[in-house]
Design a protein around this ligand. Structure first.
Ligand SMILES: *[C@@H]1O[C@H](CO)[C@@H](O)[C@H](O)[C@H]1NC(C)=O
Ligand SMILES: *[C@@H]1O[C@H](CO)[C@@H](O)[C@H](O)[C@H]1NC(C)=O
Ligand SMILES: *[C@@H]1O[C@H](CO)[C@@H](O)[C@H](O)[C@H]1NC(C)=O
Ligand SMILES: *[C@@H]1O[C@H](CO)[C@@H](O)[C@H](O)[C@H]1NC(C)=O
Length: 451
């Protein structure tokens, strides 16, 4: 992406702060559970990489005398996080709680007292490790969500040690003097690893397609327009959700109206695409002139052999998409200019029709795109102007209807079938996706998985 595009995007953000969302994305409890598994999986790996520095010192041990000791080559051989929860603190953030975690380490010991030297290996077990960390969720400067660890505490429960070789008094030495420093050394290392594991999620969040290219005319803005909303059961993101002409962001004469996503607990993520978003698309495409279609002799010739005519379909206003429960309707107000084509190729105007059509739409999700298809519901027409004297418009009704069905709608459907990118994160794919049309928005419920 070119830097200027980013600058343009940044310039939009302050303006957008007060606007309503065109698209909403909600992470449900099931989605949070998935987030938890990512954080905990990452933490478990990181715990295995803990680097424990060598410990050495000298200590007077009763009946033995002064002992010099060194513990070296300590490494984590196993780490387990069997119990963890990710809870929501409404209005604040997310709380990660881990209990019953364990760490097993191995290392070597070496001691020297008087003239005696001895060495061997040991195993160290840390049990009942608990971690509690609060995580903040906010919008970063590019309008993408970002998480960070806000605070963290950890406590190491029981520490046990087993020596191979050596005398039994080694246990006393360890119990009294060494355990404490080892415990605090390890404890200090836990929270920074939690912070890393949380930040690790940002590599995914940073791939949110805040400006998704659609085709050569349009792109969709999906940056966040306000801070994430954290309730007791979900995290909701409000996204701009607006189609723009590429590089030329002109606001349409309509604004998003507030809408509320219904709960879809069986899905990890729910996405609501408002009627505003759909209508910002018709605005952009109509402005780009591509909703005007010339129905040429070729297309008509197949329908009506011998008819030397050209029809020019123009929108008189932006088509309006209306979303009702289980019902997508597109209201089209257009004019049709009819020309006769002479044998020398020149055109002479015949008449102008005012044509209103209503089409029904179906929506579907394939890959990470929302696609559609439309069928003709009905149409009304009247004569706007005639260059060939008065005639009965009704006689043209069935011809026009056929033209729409055979020459126009297939072209529209070919476009709609290509689909429009949904807000998404690069490395995830959508599974178990369901689409539903509700009043004012399209509701998509989906699970996600790492690809
Ligand atoms: C349709 O034809 C007219 C000329 O008759 C032309 O001006 C216009 O650009 C054409 N529109 C499209 C979309 O091809
Ligand atoms: C869909 O909604 C439109 C109005 O928005 C209405 O005219 C049409 O009858 C509805 N269709 C169905 C199948 O309910
Ligand atoms: C083309 O033919 C029509 C009718 O036959 C005629 O009116 C018109 O002048 C011709 N145009 C040219 C450019 O020859
Ligand atoms: C088309 O709809 C507009 C209102 O949107 C109305 O004024 C006009 O009369 C309608 N035309 C036809 C032919 O039904």
């Amino acid at each position: 992406m070119f830097p200027w595009r980013w600058l343009a995007l940044l310039a939009l953000i302050p303006l957008a702060l007060s606007t309503n969302a065109g698209v909403k994305v909600k992470l449900t409890e099931k989605g949070l559970e998935f987030g938890r598994s990512l954080v905990v999986g990452s933490l478990q790996e990181k715990l295995k990489t803990i680097n424990v520095p060598d410990i050495s010192g000298k200590q007077r041990v009763s009946r033995i005398g002064k002992v010099r000791y060194t513990l070296s080559g300590m490494r984590v051989v196993d780490a387990g996080l069997p119990k963890s929860t990710l809870g929501l603190v409404p209005g604040t953030g997310v709380l990660l709680s881990i209990s019953n975690a364990f760490l097993n380490l191995q290392g070597n010991w070496r001691i020297r007292y008087k003239i005696i030297k001895d060495h061997g290996s040991f195993k160290l077990g840390i049990k009942d490790l608990t971690i509690s960390a609060s995580i903040s969720v906010r919008s970063d400067e590019t309008g993408r969500p970002a998480v960070a660890m806000a605070s963290c505490t950890s406590a190491v429960g029981a520490v046990s040690i087993k020596f191979r070789g050596g005398a039994s008094w080694l246990y006393n030495l360890f119990d009294h003097y060494i355990k404490k420093s080892l415990r605090s050394t390890l404890q200090e290392k836990i929270c920074p690893l939690v912070a890393d594991s949380v930040s690790n999620l940002n590599q995914y969040l940073k791939t949110l397609n805040v400006l998704a290219p659609v085709d050569k005319y349009a792109e969709i803005a999906y940056f966040m327009v306000s801070s994430p909303e954290i309730s007791k059961s979900s995290i909701e993101l409000s996204l701009k959700g607006e189609f723009y002409n590429i590089g030329h962001h002109l606001e349409p004469p309509l604004a998003p109206t507030p809408f509320f996503l219904t709960d879809q607990e069986q899905s990890m993520v729910t996405i609501g695409i408002s009627a505003f978003t759909a209508n910002s698309a018709t605005f952009v495409y109509n402005k780009a002139g591509i909703l005007s279609i010339n129905i040429t002799d070729d297309m008509l010739g197949k329908l009506f052999p011998g008819l030397e005519m050209k029809l020019q379909l123009n929108m008189v206003k932006d088509p309006l998409i209306i979303l009702e429960a289980n019902n997508v309707t597109l209201a089209v107000g257009s004019s049709v200019m009819a020309y006769a084509i002479h044998t020398n190729g020149s055109l002479s105007p015949l008449f102008v029709l005012n044509l209103n059509a209503s089409v029904s739409g179906q929506v579907s999700v394939t890959e990470k795109k929302l696609a559609g298809a439309v069928t003709l519901n009905g149409m009304d027409m009247s004569l706007g102007k005639s260059y060939v004297g008065d005639f009965q418009v009704k006689s043209l009704q069935s011809i026009l209807q056929l033209v729409l069905k055979v020459a126009v709608l297939p072209r529209v459907n070919a476009q709609l079938d290509k689909g429009y990118p949904l807000p998404n994160l690069g490395k995830f794919s959508l599974v178990n996706t369901q689409v539903q049309v509700l009043k004012g928005y399209i509701l998509i419920g989906t699970d996600i998985k790492l690809t």
